[in-house]
Design a protein around this ligand. Structure first.
Ligand SMILES: Cc1ncc(C[n+]2csc(CCOP(=O)(O)OP(=O)(O)O)c2C)c(N)n1
Ligand SMILES: CC(=O)[C@@H](O)[C@H](O)COP(=O)(O)O
Ligand SMILES: [Mg+2]
Length: 648
């Protein structure tokens, strides 16, 4: 608060206003931002701990740098809520992740202060380097700053970017926000290295870090000496990894102490050095007890009670698919010691935390490194183990070449457990599991399954355990199952065989995955309109069950496929098959219902499916849209009664 008790935040419409404040006001401003953020997220839910940890850093960066002219890029973007509050979006902060509201990540369309959109991790240094090189090329002079977390720093892409940046002299500032946490506790040698880096050093304040920078100026002199100096520092003084990669390392700095942060950032801004890495140490969840105490559990939250930190979770009516996966895999692994599990920094998100509790020595968290996770799994499989590589559908996109080149081409029996398949709600388009059916379905010989409910998931896990001939994948959505009884043990399925769930006469709905429940609702509705409807569960997107498809095609007037995936997936395969067999020439009506060919914004999942036209209502509408036309055609041939039935 300022002296007259007007909140400082009320005076800040833009970062220009922030920069007009006296430095002495900044700690109070930071506290206000923190309270504002806690308040907002307590209502909206969202990513809590990461943003709280960078409140002071955010204030300092906008105070020192001339944003948006200077480009500030937040890695992942899940920590950008304080940034949004300070960059003209405070009035909409309580719309975070709600329909029509602010995105939970940075987004170019949303603000000029978001020069690069994110959601997936470890892209910031590459993007920032590209922007820095473009700036130099166009002879501009602004700064480019990437802020990347210690977790995100575990991904290969960050090193690809540093490798490139370290060999160039482009002025680029990377702030490493080291809170010693990923979503789960961080893993790997780099994390251990950062801890060692900290343990030997006390925080550097103004004088020390000022010296760190001053040592490296002026640019002209430094340019000549640069390589020699780097080598000397690297070899003789045991310089940091970052220095050896060609960066100037500044830090470690207490990221909650504005009187340390500001002068260091000012020095960094004033320097003309090539890539600089500022190592800032923060605490995830800072300033909110429950988030500090359990940074993993309060990484992402539902709406919550601020006093107790208790989250408001709707009562579950069925177990989550993720939990069913974790528990089923434990049961399978008790009988098969070749089963091992791989996660890329998402043990709780994928349910492998459950597996890890029973089999810690058979669980491998490789960090945010999906590409490595896949090829590492390929190696495990090559030696006869049964790796279950559990990765969210959208993050698996990262590892496409590894899937093709390291797994599928070599026919290695890696089992892909693809969580968050389909629309995911508040995380929006970056996290939607829309494409796996298309991007995996075109790979030769891969087996691709999608359970209709949680019991089917247990069967598919058993199928994957039993299947040793090559790669096999099963994809399932975020959230709860449908509440069916779970079998004691899953039973392996016949590869490539679907099932009829309900027999009808005129319309056939062929569902892949958990839209089956919507298909059954649609079938009830259609039947009540006189359109007897068969519902089948394809189970396999690859190989498709051609016998089942041919039967549906031969015995019905209209065949609709329904899947929670983009165009080019299961439906395309069915259409291709029917075209090939001549069923289309014989007058069969076929439609593939998929996600639309556009990105869908964050919203509640049910609302997203309504927008996507992939629920019971849309299925019924689609059938009614096609059959009147069909009945008109048929009526010329004497089936006029159809029209009458449909229109009632
Ligand atoms: C490619 C990819 N894999 C996994 C994730 C899931 N994820 C989001 S944030 C996060 C942890 C990031 O840790 P860090 O960079 O240290 O940021 P912090 O949350 O600690 O601030 C993970 C694993 C992701 N967003 N992108
Ligand atoms: C930022 C990020 O990528 C994760 O935190 C993600 O939001 C988790 O999603 P789930 O809640 O579906 O695990
Ligand atoms: Mg971290």
């Amino acid at each position: 608060m300022s002296d007259n008790r007007t909140p400082l935040l009320d005076k800040i419409a833009s970062t220009e206003d922030l920069r007009r404040l006296d430095k002495s006001d900044l700690p109070s401003l930071a506290e206000e931002v923190r309270h504002e953020m806690i308040n907002a997220v307590s209502v909206t839910g969202g990513h809590l701990g990461a943003g709280l940890g960078v409140v002071e850093l955010t204030v300092a960066l906008h105070y020192v740098f001339d944003t948006p002219r200077d480009r500030l890029i937040w890695d992942v973007g899940h920590q950008a809520y304080p940034h949004k509050i300070l960059t003209g979006r405070r009035d909409r902060i309580r719309t975070l992740r709600q329909k029509g509201g602010l995105s939970g990540f940075t987004k170019r369309e949303e603000s000029e202060y978001d020069p690069f959109g994110a959601g997936h991790s470890s892209t910031s240094i590459s993007a920032a380097l590209g922007m820095a090189v473009a700036r130099d090329y166009t002879e501009k002079a602004h700064n480019v700053i990437a802020v990347i977390g210690d977790g995100a720093m575990s991904a290969g892409m960050a090193y690809e970017a540093m490798n490139n940046a370290g060999a160039m002299d482009s002025r680029l500032i990377v702030v490493l926000n080291d809170n010693d946490m990923s979503i789960a506790p961080p893993v790997g040698a780099l994390s251990a290295y950062l801890s060692r880096l900290l343990s030997g050093k006390t925080y550097r304040g103004l004088r020390e870090s000022g010296k760190q920078i001053a040592r490296k100026m002026p640019r002209a002199i430094f340019e000549h000496a640069r390589r020699a100096e780097e080598m000397a520092r690297g070899f003789f003084t045991g310089g940091t990894l970052f220095e050896q990669l060609g960066f100037y390392y500044v830090g470690p700095i207490d990221g909650h102490n504005l009187s340390h942060l500001l002068p260091v950032l000012e020095n960094v801004k004033a320097s003309e050095l090539g890539p600089i890495l500022v190592h800032v140490v923060t605490r995830k969840g800072k300033g909110y007890g429950p988030a500090e105490a359990a940074p993993d559990k309060l990484h992402g939250v539902n709406a919550f009670d601020i006093v107790s930190g208790t989250q408001f979770k709707p009562k579950a009516t069925a177990p989550a698919y993720t939990k069913v996966f974790g528990e089923t895999l434990v049961r399978e692994a008790r009988d098969d010691n070749r089963i091992v599990a791989v996660t890329a920094a998402m043990p709780a998100g994928t349910g492998l935390d459950i597996f890890a509790r029973s089999f810690p020595e058979r669980t491998f968290d490789v960090g945010i490194a999906e590409q490595h996770a896949v090829t590492f799994s390929a190696g495990l499989a090559a030696e006869g183990l049964k790796p279950f590589c559990a990765i969210y559908s959208s993050f698996l996109q990262r590892a496409y070449d590894q899937i093709m080149h390291d797994v599928v081409l070599q026919k290695l029996p890696v089992r892909f457990a693809i969580d968050r398949a389909g629309l995911v709600g508040a995380d929006g388009p970056t996290h939607a599991g829309a494409y796996d059916l298309a991007y995996l379905g075109c790979l030769p010989k891969i087996v691709l399954m999608a359970p209709a409910d949680e019991a089917e998931l247990t069967h598919m896990i058993a199928t994957a355990v039993a299947f040793d001939e090559g790669p096999i994948a099963f994809r399932y959505p975020r959230g709860e199952g449908v509440g069916v009884a779970l079998p004691e043990r899953g039973a392996p399925l016949d590869i490539g065989r679907g099932r009829i769930v309900r027999e009808g006469g005129r319309v056939a709905l062929l569902s892949l995955g958990t839209r089956l429940a919507e298909c059954l609702k649609a079938a009830d509705d259609l039947t009540s309109r006189g359109l007897s409807t068969t519902v089948a569960d394809a189970r396999f997107a690859k190989p498709i069950d051609t016998a089942l498809i041919d039967r549906l095609a031969n015995e019905h007037e209209l065949l609709l496929t329904v899947e929670e995936g983009a165009q080019g997936g299961f439906g395309s395969k069915v259409l291709g098959h029917l075209a090939e067999t001549g069923a289309l020439d014989r007058g069969l009506r076929v439609r593939a219902m998929t996600l639309p060919d556009r990105f869908l914004d964050h919203d509640k999942p049910e609302a997203q499916y309504e927008t996507a036209g992939l629920n019971a209502r849309a299925i019924v509408a689609k059938v009614l849209e096609i059959l009147p036309r069909m009945s008109e055609g048929r009526s010329r041939g004497g089936l006029g009664v159809v029209r009458q039935i449909v229109l009632t």
